[in-house]
Design a binder for this molecule. Sequence first.
Ligand code: FES
Length: 178
Amino acid sequence: MSTITDTDNRQQVQRQSREALGEDLAAYIDTCLTQPNPAGQLIAVLHKVQDKFGYLAPETMDAVAQLLQVPSAKVTGVASFYHFFRLQPRGKYMIRVCLGTACYVKGAESLADRFTSELGVKFGETTGDGLFSLEGSRCLGTCGLAPVMMVDEEVHGNVTPDDVPVILQKYLKQAREK
Ligand code: FES
């Protein structure tokens, strides 16, 4: 009679994790494991996962934890700490608030706070109606217009917190008309 050993279980989990991420990402993590500090590659790995799937789902984060051999809590902690990681599927409109230095000194933080309160989501999340995803961004390259934010490819400059509901209304209206 055959018995299921820890090794069998571990191999099965590894196999499922490789399937969840796909062989390209699994091979990338294999390469990371040959580096002196594989866990130090976690952010780079998560970027690649987000590029491929559009966001970081719980099951893909678990797969990263298994293959990179880091605790799941560390993976989810890093994913939720950084503004540039998305934890839910992308909404119809992607809002990016620039958190670069020039925008920061011109009030990007209060702008960001207004977006989170108006939309009722945190950075990295999507509204329940699937319309808006909210992200922080590095410098968008238009510092002269700080503070700057984008909705998809449209740049909005010199934005004040009170402009936020007006901007959102514009896209809500657009979504209703389509
Ligand atoms: S810092 Fe915001 S556009 Fe450059």
